[in-house]
Design a protein around this ligand. Structure first.
Ligand code: PLP
Length: 510
């Protein structure tokens, strides 16, 4: 075939040669079966498509009688793939981990000292109660009343607080006490909901897709409250679970909208489970607004009657993911149910660290930490958005909260326009991001991954320190430069096999 030398404008504005265009058309994969990156994911334990038909169970994977792989969360797959590409904890400084679902943990300008020592009184060698140490439960209640409920008649007490060993344990404890009801969730949302909703088989998960495009700008990627009211009636939803602020889109429901959402629980006898792990990561345009955080606790009327369940903890806001000290707040009768599920699921949070957490919840210290965190993370967010913009990767809906950028790659040439392939290519450049499909909460993994609404996305985290962010952005720049120079023929293939057949054992969060 003759190959005229003419150039074609691409959607990125970069001229493409005819040869490249033909190549792109040929590579215009329609199905996950056409993509090496997607086939690698399907080979990893627990990531095969599942259905009710017995022949879809993979006999090589399920060799232990009665044991079925639930599928690891996305970040475990991502660390496994990073290791296949030479990542190790000793070489981690050479890598940029923009996949990291945790904030940097070192000191911040104007922030309080980092807690680096823990006293262990002899009593703390014992088990703590499954609902947590009473003094810590009191400190949590006091902090929420101080921050969100001043002047309100109904106040939280320690009986409204259950301490849990980490956010995911909090979610699991809650999911394990949800009965045989319809439980609504949205796509995209925090990856662990995928496994949590699939593992507790009594509840029936009901998805809603959040759209990037909407007529009302303020509703982009946000839960449509009017529609939710309709769904509650038409579908009989008993429980709604959502992260707010939302991982991975960085959008937040606040003010009157949040008030409306909380009112839903009263008006329709529906339980709202709000995962508020990023409640301090709010970036107001007006500097005078710094220091405010967002929680549904501000809109609850009666703390024991409104069925609002809040999950938060030291992991993100206090930047102490390693402590595994978190909490669930809600009506007293929820806390007694969680005490029961904790007695067989996890046995309670670490006793010495619960004691050490108490002074960290002092409202004055919290305010200093919040201010320092918001200023520092806003600076990092703006830096990342600015660099992405310069690379032609404009973020249409920038994050107003969390530390994530939900980046749409649709306008890049095929196959770089899908998140999983972009992720594999960045691994070759020693950079980790999280492919969007891991935020497609699809509890039984039944759909063709190419049909996922998250197919074209990756999530970039600006949790790590600035130098690491720049290293990752440099890697993205190198890839885009290569595409411009070489076209796409060198992309989408030649991926290294996983070292251990995909049986990764990490434990980080995304
Ligand atoms: C929305 C959300 N909830 C909960 C968690 C997990 O918290 P933990 O690491 O304490 O289990 C994360 C962590 O990424 C998160 O993004």
């Amino acid at each position: 075939m003759s190959q005229p030398n003419s150039q074609f404008p691409s959607r990125t504005g970069t001229p493409l040669h005819f040869r490249d265009v033909v190549e792109q058309v040929m590579k215009n994969y329609k199905h996950e079966k056409d993509s090496e990156a997607h086939q690698l994911l399907r080979e990893a334990a627990g990531h095969k498509p599942k259905a009710f038909l017995p022949q879809t169970v993979n006999p090589e994977e399920e060799t232990v009688p009665g044991i079925v792989h639930p599928g690891s969360t996305g970040v475990i797959y991502c660390s496994d793939r990073a290791m296949a590409n030479g990542f190790s904890y000793s070489s981690s400084h050479e890598w940029a981990n923009l996949g990291q679902g945790a904030p940097e943990t070192g000191p911040l300008p104007d922030g309080p000292d980092r807690p680096l020592h823990v006293d262990i009184p002899v009593d703390a060698l014992e088990y703590a109660p499954t609902t947590g140490v009473k003094a810590l439960r009191e400190a949590v209640a006091k902090l929420y009343n101080h921050t969100y409920r001043q002047g309100k008649k109904s106040q939280y007490t320690y009986e409204n607080v259950c301490i849990v060993p980490g956010g995911r344990t909090g979610l699991s404890r809650v999911a394990s006490v949800i009965g045989d009801v319809y439980c609504s969730y949205q796509v995209p949302d925090y990856t662990a909901y995928d496994q949590v909703l699939a593992a507790f088989r009594r509840l029936v998960p009901v998805p809603t897709a959040l759209e990037e495009e909407a007529s009302d700008w303020s509703n982009l990627y946000q839960l449509d409250i009017k529609q939710t009211r309709k769904d509650i009636k038409s579908q009989g939803l008993a429980v709604i679970i959502a992260s707010n602020p939302r991982n991975p889109t960085g959008q937040v429901i606040q003010g009157e909208e949040l008030k409306e959402l909380v009112a839903i629980s009263r008006d329709h006898s529906t339980t709202l489970v709000l995962d508020e792990f990023y409640s301090w990561y709010i970036y107001p345009e007006d500097e005078r607004e710094f220091g405010k955080s967002i929680s549904s606790a501000a809109y609850v009327e009666d703390v024991n009657k409104d069925s609002v369940i809040i999950i938060d903890g030291l992991t993100k806001n206090w930047r102490l993911p390693g402590w595994r000290v978190c909490w669930v707040i809600g009506p007293k009768n929820l806390v007694s149910a969680l005490s029961q599920s904790g007695s067989f699921l996890d046995g309670g949070a670490n006793h010495p660290l619960q004691l050490a957490a108490i002074p960290l919840l002092d409202p004055e210290r919290v305010q200093q930490e919040k201010l320092a965190l918001q200023k520092h993370f806003k600076m990092k967010r703006d830096h990342v958005l600015h660099r992405l913009d310069k690379l032609g990767l404009h973020v249409q809906i920038p994050p107003s909260s969390t530390f994530y950028v939900w980046l749409n790659l649709e306008h890049l040439p095929v196959p770089l326009n899908n998140g999983l392939t972009f992720f594999e290519e960045l691994l070759k450049e020693k950079t980790i991001v999280i492919p969007g499909i891991f935020f497609d909460i699809n509890p039984a993994h039944r759909r063709n991954l190419f049909d996922s609404p998250c197919h074209h996305f990756v999530r970039l985290s600006f949790g790590p320190p600035l130098e690491s962010l720049d290293k990752g952005l440099d890697a993205i720049e190198r890839i885009l430069r290569r595409v411009r120079k070489e076209g796409t023929k060198n992309f989408g293939h030649s991926y290294k096999k996983s070292l251990d057949g995909g049986f990764a054992t990490g434990s980080h969060a995304v």
